[in-house]
Design a protein around this ligand. Structure first.
Ligand code: MG
Length: 294
């Protein structure tokens, strides 16, 4: 099932998308008032099984006539992120000199985990703010986002997928100068609008083999990144086991799994994003997001 948060005016609504027919079905009539995608994921055992059936007959809108917001527009807490999780990206990042304080092309021995502030989340077709004066070195990072369903602590590798609700697309937009200057990555990763999410939250039952998905990006139509999920250095079970070892994962938590080679700092000289540029990020089966640098 492809869930969306959408609006036709001012109010946020939850819908289920039929991508082939290009329509979104409004779930307001079958969910408690004020229910968001996050609530739905949290109470999936109760609402999920009958949802498609109950959605039939509810009002529908053509997708092009609604505004899609991030499927989880206001996450409960920061988006978990993983750095340096594709081999060739580790090399391009190390060579670039932006990997402060490490500056190393060596593969990490353990997952590199950081986070993006909740307020960085924006819609899949919204403008990305350039934040000129704060950063002059704006970059894109196409990533698969894992959405946690059932929470837990100390989740073993073997049970990790029991805790996955589904998947979405994340562009881990990065202010490279802030990332380098401040040593710790939070500032460089968390500027407002620097976490486009969506268009859909896709339930795991639609993705029989997540390792077969391909993560891609284009800038102004030019292909920049393309890699299958099977290239991850630390796979999804490893990431869930690592993060949950001492931190309780909560329903609706999002883990951005890392970006493949081909980001702006992978070029010499670096190719940073400029105002007017259009970044598209796709993951097979999960759709495409398209964001213009304002
Ligand atoms: Mg990233």
């Amino acid at each position: 099932m492809k869930l969306v948060t959408f609006s036709t005016g001012s109010a946020q609504r939850v819908g289920v998308v039929d991508a082939e027919r290009g329509v979104v079905r409004d779930l307001a009539g079958v969910l408690p008032e004020g229910f968001g995608v996050l609530d739905l994921i949290e109470r999936w055992a109760e609402f999920g099984p009958q949802l498609e059936q109950r959605a039939a007959g509810q009002p529908e809108h053509p997708l092009e006539e609604v505004r899609l917001l991030a499927p989880i527009p206001a996450p409960r807490r920061d988006v978990f992120c993983v750095g340096k999780n594709y081999r060739e990206h580790v090399v391009e990042f190390g060579r670039s000199g932006y990997d402060s304080p490490d500056r190393s092309e060596a593969l990490p021995e353990a997952p590199v985990v950081f986070s993006k502030a909740t307020t960085s989340v924006t819609g899949p077709f919204d403008d990305i703010e350039p934040h000129r004066g704060v950063t002059e070195e704006l970059d894109y990072e196409a990533e698969l986002g894992v959405i946690i369903g059932r929470g837990g602590r100390g989740i073993p590798r073997e049970q990790a997928f029991d805790h996955v609700w589904g998947y979405t697309i994340i562009d881990d937009v990065t202010a490279r100068d802030l990332q380098r200057t401040h040593k710790q990555w939070l500032l460089g990763k968390s500027l407002d609008t620097h976490c486009p999410m969506g268009p859909y939250a896709v339930s795991a039952d639609e993705i029989p083999d997540v390792t077969a998905l391909v993560v891609e990006s284009r800038v102004n139509g030019e292909p920049r990144q393309s890699a299958p999920l099977k290239d991850l250095i630390f796979d999804i079970p490893e990431l869930i086991a690592t993060i949950s070892a001492g931190i309780t994962l909560l329903p609706g938590d999002v883990i951005a799994t890392g970006t493949p080679a081909g980001v702006g700092i992978g070029f010499d000289p670096p190719r940073f994003l400029a105002s007017g540029d259009v970044v598209e990020v796709s993951v097979s089966g999960l759709g495409t997001q398209r964001n213009r640098i304002a």
